[in-house]
Design a binder for this molecule. Structure first.
Ligand SMILES: Nc1nc2c(c(=O)[nH]1)N[C@H]1C(S)=C(S)[C@@H](COP(=O)(O)OP(=O)(O)OC[C@H]3O[C@@H](n4cnc5c(=O)[nH]c(N)nc54)[C@H](O)[C@@H]3O)O[C@H]1N2
Ligand SMILES: Nc1nc2c(c(=O)[nH]1)N[C@H]1C(S)=C(S)[C@@H](COP(=O)(O)OP(=O)(O)OC[C@H]3O[C@@H](n4cnc5c(=O)[nH]c(N)nc54)[C@H](O)[C@@H]3O)O[C@H]1N2
Ligand code: SF4
Ligand SMILES: [Mo]
Length: 731
């Protein structure tokens, strides 16, 4: 399409990308007088193919032009969390941050500094990582241990390199596991419907009847946390019925015989006993999947829990032995244009790294070397270990923190402890759009640009294209991007006489960083500005050329890296919490809690201050089966208090009675706070499920992820409706 055709005298149309969630839909922004007046899908975009959602249409512009948006740097003048601020200049704010970080460094050493972002593989992740490294600290907190970390570490040690590469459009069978694409990823959802219309089968594994389960040819409803047993039984069926890809296994897989021996015990009947899914359904799922090409579409439902890596290992082994790796209709390996640098490439460049002996001291590296430290996935720290260091000074003190683009008070488990940790710091700065519960505890708050005000470049999901965000006009107020913020701080470090700092942070501005990403790929900013993306040639299955990044150079069904660390080298099933708990514990905590169900109107803690979103979903809900509700004498719309054994907090939720979940299973979302509530936490200790959860052990042995699902819990009724209860409590 020629976007210019869409222009009128006043308005121009800019091809860009919505980055409000990781789907990264191609977008067309209609701009009048430097202001976006309409955001619409770009049907030409090779990744999203016209998919879009209300968060892109309404959330992004309303965030950008919100009357309560933070538009100027602020300095705390009252007690921490008291909500008293003074507007300051950028120079004063950056001086304060530099002074705060430097003071901690002088007293406690460089390791006492940390940063928090959502993911190191975002541009702001690079800005913050490199800024911290300039100060000598490797301690970056990301929230991937709560998100896609288990999948990524399994992918890394298995050697697949598939990231999010899913060729749903050309598949014959999509195996959707722990994924709710209807709410979480409209591009995926549309692709599934297109594939089904062309005759592809859809198999869904989910304890809840999601829209995907509703349209599926086969829906397996397992007990939470038992998916690895199902995957191992499917592997067993493929091997026993000789439905696996002999040629691919012989040429490219390491440890097939050992995998076969492991899977041997997982008869469909045994897996049925563990998972509650009938054996014949498991066999049917295996046969449908074996009739490929097939595509494994995975989600958060089997990630972010204490058996996340092993569960993914089982499904990743299934992808490999069925030969569905990097062929049309299968799971595609991540590609990038020759000469292009991904965000992680930039951070892994030797000249950008700290000395190995420093990286080895990253918080968490001793226990989780695949997650933290020099040889790990994103070289970040283990969050619960970092929070412990803030509160106790052990294993060493963590005293100053810069946060950008995360709302950790709401989105980390154990809200009370996160708040206590933030309050205990010597210095805290937060770059944000809105005054979130996290920003409320800061010493300095910085106004941050939105996805309508930045110029960003990224390699899109699985390498389908290189995409870009284009600014529609100048930022609102005094907002700046994370690169300008990091530049300002690093410049002060250099001016103080630290010449080493320059090597870690060489970019004058975001534009220079974007040029660094494009490298020698031949893709230009001009080209990207014209269409909003750039495609490049892709070759399938060229394993001879690319090899696999594992010790053996093959896909490791038996992982040498896991073996060397003393972890289970073969995919295995870890009994979930409820199975491990004794009878007394189960009696006291009789229900199972799933958290994190996505809603179309929210992205985690975002948009809670938007009228349109609150209208769609006004209160935090919890799904309860009619039998469970009847037993507890609860009706639709009642409010309950939810508690879990490892937390002294609680969370109030509104009951939604539905048979979409099994009896005894509760399913809720996450990310709730009431922007209109009083107090710095603004409801985050009241209606936020993380306020009722622990971030402590047990953790996944490879990633350190806690259980965000399959938690034991109990409920009790609370009087009145949500709003009344809230007012009575004086919040
Ligand atoms: N609208 C919207 N979209 C989003 C987001 C958002 O906040 N809002 N967040 C984005 C982000 S960061 C992420 S990580 C993704 C996450 O999106 P998804 O990957 O879809 O994750 P969830 O919605 O957490 O869970 C998916 C499904 O897992 C199921 N599940 C729970 N426990 C189990 C289990 O033990 N086994 C199996 N097989 N399934 C289980 C749940 O019932 C749920 O239907 O969404 C992204 N997209
Ligand atoms: N119990 C439980 N907890 C969970 C989960 C769960 O399922 N259950 N899910 C986990 C998952 S998958 C994730 S990804 C995390 C999400 O956790 P967060 O990343 O904290 O979630 P958000 O609320 O989306 O984002 C926080 C802030 O980022 C700001 N922001 C958005 N874009 C930008 C930007 O470009 N730059 C900057 N500086 N700021 C920006 C927004 O204004 C918002 O205030 O939560 C995790 N927590
Ligand atoms: S799914 Fe919605 S929020 Fe996510 S990138 Fe697409 S339009 Fe934006
Ligand atoms: Mo996530």
């Amino acid at each position: 399409m020629r976007y210019h055709d869409l222009m009128t005298d006043r308005a121009k149309v800019i091809p860009t990308t919505c980055w409000e969630c990781s789907t990264h839909c191609g977008a067309l922004a209609t701009v009048e007088d430097g202001r976006a007046v309409k955001i619409a899908p770009n049907p030409d975009h090779p990744g999203s193919k016209g998919a879009f959602c209300v968060k892109g249409i309404r959330g992004l512009p309303e965030l950008t032009y919100h009357p309560d948006r933070v538009l100027h740097p602020l300095k705390r003048i009252g007690a921490r969390g008291e909500g008293k601020w003074r507007r300051v200049s950028w120079d004063e704010a950056l001086d304060e941050i530099f002074a705060g970080l430097s003071a901690a460094r002088e007293t406690y050493g460089p390791l006492s500094l940390a940063g928090a972002v959502s993911n190191a593989t975002f541009s702001r992740g690079v800005a913050l990582t490199q800024m911290l490294r300039a100060f000598g600290s490797p301690n970056l907190l990301i929230n991937q241990d709560l998100c896609g970390g288990c999948r990524a570490v399994s992918d890394m040690v298995t050697g697949l390199g598939i990231g999010n590469g899913e060729d749903i459009d050309n598949t014959r069978c999509a195996l959707v596991v722990g994924r709710n694409p209807y709410a979480a990823n409209p591009a995926e959802w549309m692709a599934l419907k297109r594939a089904q219309a062309q005759g592809a089968k859809i198999v869904v594994i989910d304890p809840a009847e999601t829209p995907a389960a509703k349209i599926a040819d086969l829906w397996l409803q397992p007990r939470p946390g038992t998916d690895a047993a199902i995957a191992l039984a499917m592997i067993r069926v493929l091997i026993a019925e000789e439905l696996y890809d002999r040629d691919f296994v012989a040429r490219w897989c390491h440890g097939f015989d050992k995998l076969a021996a492991r899977a041997e015990t997982f008869t469909p009947e045994f897996a049925a006993e563990i998972s509650g899914v009938p054996a014949d359904e498991i066999v049917r799922a295996a046969r449908l999947y074996a009739d490929g090409p097939s595509c494994f579409v995975s989600g958060h439902g089997i990630d972010a829990f204490t058996a996340g890596v092993q569960t993914f290992r089982a499904f990743h082994a299934l992808v490999a032995i069925s030969g569905n790796l990097d062929r049309p209709g299968g799971n595609l390996r991540v590609r990038k244009p020759k000469g292009y640098r991904s965000y992680l490439d930039v951070q892994k460049m030797p000249e950008h790294r700290l000395p190995r002996e420093v990286e080895e001291q990253t918080l968490g590296a001793a226990q989780f070397p695949l997650w933290s430290g020099p040889d790990s996935w994103q070289n970040v720290c283990h969050n619960p270990t970092a929070i412990e260091a803030m509160l106790t000074g052990k294993p060493y003190p963590l005293r100053a923190l810069h946060v950008s683009g995360v709302n950790i008070v709401v989105t980390y488990p154990d809200t009370r402890r996160t708040i206590a940790a933030l309050k205990s710091l010597d210095f805290l700065s937060v770059a944000t759009h809105m005054m979130t519960p996290t920003a409320e505890y800061a010493d300095i708050v910085l106004p941050k640009t939105t996805g309508l005000e930045e110029e960003d470049v990224t390699l899109e999901n699985g390498g389908v294209c290189v995409g870009m965000i284009q600014p529609v006009g100048p930022p609102q107020g005094e907002a700046r991007d994370d690169f300008a913020i990091a530049r300002g701080i690093v410049d002060r470090l250099i001016a103080s006489g630290d010449n080493e700092a320059a090597r870690f942070y060489p970019w004058a501005d975001k534009r220079a960083f974007n040029d660094c990403l494009l490298g020698s790929s031949g893709i230009t900013m001009e080209q990207l500005r014209e269409t909003g993306y750039a495609t490049f040639p892709r070759a399938f299955g060229n394993f001879e050329e690319t090899g696999f990044r594992t010790p053996t150079g093959k896909v490791e069904l038996y992982s040498e890296r896991l073996a060397a660390l003393g972890l289970d080298p073969l995919p295995g099933h870890t009994p979930p919490r409820v199975t491990r708990a004794d009878a007394a514990t189960r009696a006291e905590w009789p229900l199972l809690l799933l958290t994190g169900a996505r809603e179309k109107s929210y992205h985690h803690s975002r948009y809670r201050d938007h009228g349109w979103a609150r209208k769609v979903s006004p209160e935090p809900w919890v799904q309860i089966h009619p039998d469970t509700a009847a037993e507890a004498a609860l009706a639709d719309g009642d409010w309950v208090l939810v508690e879990t054994p490892d937390s002294d907090g609680a969370c109030r939720l509104q009951v939604a009675v539905t048979d979409a979940v099994a009896p005894g299973v509760l399913r809720t979302g996450m990310g709730w706070w009431y922007p209109e509530a009083q107090g710095p936490e603004r409801g985050a200790l009241d209606i936020n499920i993380n306020g009722a959860m622990s971030y402590g052990a047990p953790w996944d042995p490879a990633t350190g992820s806690p259980d965000t699902r399959g938690l034991l819990c109990r409920i009790s009724a609370v009087e009145g409706t949500g709003r009344e209860v809230r007012n009575e409590k004086g919040v």
